[in-house]
Design a protein around this ligand. Structure first.
Ligand code: TYD
Length: 205
């Protein structure tokens, strides 16, 4: 039995966290056994690494190694077992975020990220990724009214435009997996776009 692995991506402030709950409800209403998780984090070890990586000053390579260290633990102890049990695993961020933030934002070589992803995931990959796309300026305005910034969220607009461009490049490389959602509308509009994707993708559900 294999479950479904679906990830949610976008720059900080794009609103993805708001819509994960609606996706969970959609699958639950259709009888799926839904499990929610997130990265960085998702296991006790990876959550401890998350606290460090979002608070402590560190170099870019250290940052990406901690992201992938947490991811390894998450894949082995949470994601693989959930999929083996036939669950629908909804993950708030996964490897695309490393390509976007550490690759696009920090400028780390994509070849290094490809190698880390191969080692860490061993083929475990989302079947669908919803990418909530929004201009960096609009996302910053939403963040400013919503919460206090962590170490990464404090970076400037140029950083987030690079992150956004890297998500776009990733989506162009994996058009069958990564679906772009225009996140510039109201919560209701974006929610409707998400439901359209789910209905088209899982018609038998
Ligand atoms: P996020 O889920 O947006 O946290 P919250 O919504 O609670 O603020 O993720 C935290 C940050 O981690 C976010 O700025 C993106 C960053 N991140 C990376 O830089 N690389 C990664 O591989 C992942 C998974 C996240």
């Amino acid at each position: 039995m294999t479950g479904r692995f679906i990830s949610f991506e976008g720059i900080d402030g794009a609103g993805k966290s708001t819509h994960i709950q609606a996706v969970a409800d959609w699958f639950r209403a259709r009888g799926a056994d839904v499990q929610l998780s997130r990265e960085p984090g998702g296991t006790p070890l990876a959550e401890a690494l998350r606290d460090l990586v979002l608070r402590e000053a560190m170099g870019s390579l250290t940052e990406v190694l901690l992201m992938f260290a947490g991811r390894r633990d998450h894949v082995e102890t949470v994601i693989k077992p959930a999929l083996a049990a036939g669950k629908t695993l909804l993950c708030d961020r996964f490897t695309d975020a490393s390509f976007a933030y550490q690759g696009g934002g920090r400028g780390l070589p994509l070849a290094v990220l490809d190698t880390l992803a191969d080692w860490v995931q061993e083929g475990t990959e989302p079947e669908l990724t919803l990418w909530f796309d929004l201009p960096a300026e609009q996302a910053a305005a939403r963040r400013a009214s919503a919460r206090e910034a962590d170490r990464i969220e404090q970076l400037d607009l140029d950083f987030f435009e690079r992150v956004r461009a890297a998500y776009a490049a990733r989506a162009a490389q994996a058009p069958g997996r990564i679906v772009r959602i225009d996140a510039s509308g109201t919560v209701a509009e974006v929610g409707a776009a998400v439901l359209n994707v789910l209905q088209a993708r899982y018609p038998a559900c």
